[in-house]
Structures are given as structure tokens and as C-alpha cells.
Design a protein around this ligand. Structure first.
Ligand SMILES: [Zn+2]
Length: 376
């Protein structure tokens, strides 16, 4: 491996570590803010309960004062009753006393009602108070934790940044510039080449490019994603053996009118590379789409009238490549949302074989390789 590439790999590790640390440092205050917001809500609730309790207390005092006034009134009436001359006057005073006594009972009832409320209110107060305390303790703990983690993160960040600077000084300037630019847009500036594919964008390398990458004599850049290639022989030994056995065999040709047809499309809208399977059942046909590299199903099953060749013209464009593959329909249904990896492997291998075959037969028409070499 070229020394520049080795250092770039180390730089990528440092860049990733720095980004992770920066994210962590930025996330901690946000976590504290969330708890603080919750705490403010609890505090507002507590204050409301406290205000209600105070209101009840004021009402109770008011009713008690009213009772006292009424009692004074009654004793005055009783004094007056001793001095009355007529029966009518006596009756009138008795009536007043009765009325005042009724009023006292009314106020006593109100006080009783408040007392019942007080019990419930006290419970509510206690609960809100306990919640406040628990949240305050939690926030203190969280803040302390955040302080500790941040301090440790800052320390590591300083170490990684120093390492990063050292590495950057040791890498050729133009390569570094390219790495920076691609990292900025794609998150990573390097891509491993494995199984003859760019692991950054999953595009297959032309044999000549692949050979050059494996020789590792110059810095090479992916044509489609612009990432700088690196190649680790240890990750590719198994594949090399497989390629030899697959390459030795002729690829069978899929039958045009088979009831099940698999296709590969490199350009399926936003999804990019996909696998499509059409199942034909006489007067109707169904379509399933899967993500090329994960095998994850995209959307549901679409059923249309007629043979898939006619029913799905928008899917079967010139870029659709027909693949070999036939699985039991029940089995396909049982896969549910994902193609199993052994099936996906077979489809990938068939596509690889198809592309190799295509390259062999279209040698003269293949576009001129356009590898950028940043340092040759
Ligand atoms: Zn790429």
C-alpha cells in the first residue's frame, strides 16, 4: 500500500473520531436542556397547586369570619328578645335567629367541603414536590455527568486533533485536497475496493482499473463517487478464488418467457440500484422491488393485468438487465421485506458474470477509462 494511502486511512480514523467527539460534546447540553424544560413544567404545576391551596385557605378564613359575625348577631337577637313587648316582635326576632343559624350551617358546609379538598390538595402538593426534588436531583446528576464526559471528550479531541495535524503534514498536498473535498460531500474520502467493487458507491470496477488498484502503485480515484481507493488483499483472497471458478463457467442465458423474471436496474429513480422480480400468473403479473445491496424490499407488491413485459413498461427500460434466478413463489412471499443473503449473493454473482460477459463482447465500444491519478 502507498504510504500516502496508509496515512489517509489513519487520517480518516482521526477525522471520524473527531467528528464523533464533537457530536457528543454538542449533544450533552441538549440533553440537559430537555430535562430542564421538564423541570420547568413540574415547577409550574407545583406553583399552581400551591396557589390553589392558598385560595382555599383564604376562603376558609372568610367563612369562619362570617360564622363569627352571625354568632354575634344571634346573641344580640337573643338579648333583644328579652325586651320585646308583643308576640309579633318576638316571632320576628326568632325568625331572624333561625335565618342566621341557617346561614351558619351553610358556611360550615362550605368549610367541610374545603377540608375534603385540602386532603386531596395536600396529596397533590406532596407528589408535585417529590417530583420536583427527583427531577432536580436527576438534572444535577446529568449535569455532573455531562461535565465529566465533556472534559474527557475535550481531552481526547485535543489528542486526535494533534495526531490529525501531524498526519496532514505528512500527506501530499493535492491528495489531501481531494480527500478533504470528497469527505466534505460524501462523509468519507476513502473507499475500499472489495470483490471488484467500490465499497463507497458499489460500482463495479473495470478489470483494468481493478488490476491497477490491486497493484497499488499510484493513487486512484473512483470515477463515480470520487473517493480515493484503497485495497486490502486480506479482504479479497476469498473473492479472488470465487472469481476464478465463476469466470471458468459460461453464464446460462435466462429464458425470455419464463414465469419469473429478475432484473437489475442501476438507475431506479431515487433508489438508484435495484433488483426487480416479476411473477406472471396467466392474466396478471406482480412486481417486487428490492434495494440492490441490502436486499431490502422497497414498497409493496404491485399487481397489474397482463404479462409483465407489457404491464410494466416504465420498469423495463433499456437499462434493465435480465438476471438468472428462479425461486419458489411461496418462498419469495416468505422473504417478506428482505431477500435472504444467499439469494442476494447469487443475484449479485450473476450480475457480475453478466457485466464481465458484456465487457468481453463489447471491448471495442467500452468507454475510455478515466481514472484520475492524483500522484502518478
Ligand atoms: Zn465509488
Amino acid at each position: 500500500m502507498l504510504p500516502d494511502i496508509e496515512k489517509l486511512l489513519e487520517l480518516q480514523v482521526a477525522d471520524k473520531a473527531i467528528r464523533k467527539l464533537q457530536d457528543e460534546i454538542a449533544a450533552l447540553p441538549k440533553r440537559v436542556a430537555v430535562i430542564e424544560q421538564k423541570l420547568a413544567g413540574t415547577r409550574a404545576h407545583l406553583e399552581k397547586v400551591q396557589a390553589a391551596a392558598k385560595g382555599d385557605e383564604a376562603s376558609r378564613k372568610k367563612y369562619e369570619a362570617a360564622i363569627k359575625d352571625l354568632q354575634v348577631k344571634i346573641s344580640k337577637y337573643r338579648d333583644q328578645s328579652l325586651e320585646v313587648k308583643t308576640n309579633e316582635q318576638y316571632k320576628a326576632i326568632m325568625h331572624e335567629i333561625q335565618f342566621a343559624e341557617q346561614e351558619i350551617r351553610l358556611n360550615e358546609d362550605r368549610i367541610l367541603e374545603l377540608m375534603v379538598n385540602v386532603d386531596a390538595r395536600e396529596k397533590e402538593l406532596k407528589a408535585a414536590d417529590a417530583e420536583m426534588k427527583a427531577q432536580t436531583a436527576e438534572i444535577e446528576k446529568e449535569k455532573e455527568e455531562a461535565r465529566k464526559v465533556t472534559a474527557e471528550d475535550q481531552k481526547q479531541l485535543a489528542e486526535w486533533s494533534a495526531k490529525r495535524e501531524t498526519l496532514r503534514h505528512a500527506i501530499a498536498e493535492d491528495i489531501l485536497r481531494h480527500y478533504d473535498r470528497v469527505s466534505k460531500f460524501r462523509g468519507a474520502g476513502l473507499a475500499e475496493v472489495r470483490d471488484q467493487k467500490c465499497m463507497g458507491c458499489q460500482v463495479l470496477l473495470r478489470p483494468q482499473t481493478y488490476n491497477e488498484v490491486t497493484r497499488g502503485e499510484k493513487v486512484m480515484v473512483c470515477e463515480s463517487c470520487q473517493r480515493i481507493y484503497y485495497y486490502n488483499p486480506a479482504n479479497n483472497e476469498k473473492h479472488e478464488r470465487e472469481v476464478v471458478t465463476v469466470a471458468g463457467r459460461r453464464r446460462p442465458r435466462p429464458k425470455a418467457d419464463a414465469p419469473q423474471a429478475w432484473f437489475y436496474r442501476p438507475d431506479y429513480g431515487e433508489e438508484g440500484e435495484v433488483l426487480l422480480v416479476f411473477l406472471n400468473h396467466g392474466d396478471n403479473s406482480s412486481r417486487r422491488i428490492y434495494e440492490m445491496h441490502t436486499g431490502r424490499q422497497i414498497g409493496g407488491v404491485l399487481i397489474r393485468e397482463g404479462h409483465s413485459r407489457l404491464a410494466f413498461p416504465e420498469d423495463l427500460t433499456d437499462s434493465a438487465l435480465r438476471l438468472n434466478g428462479h425461486w419458489d413463489e411461496k418462498e419469495i412471499e416468505e422473504w417478506a421485506s428482505e431477500i435472504p443473503s444467499h439469494v442476494l449473493d447469487l443475484l449479485h454473482k450473476d450480475l457480475l458474470a453478466l457485466q464481465r460477459e458484456h465487457r468481453a463482447t463489447h471491448k471495442d465500444h467500452s468507454p475510455v477509462p478515466a481514472e484520475h491519478s492524483a500522484a502518478s
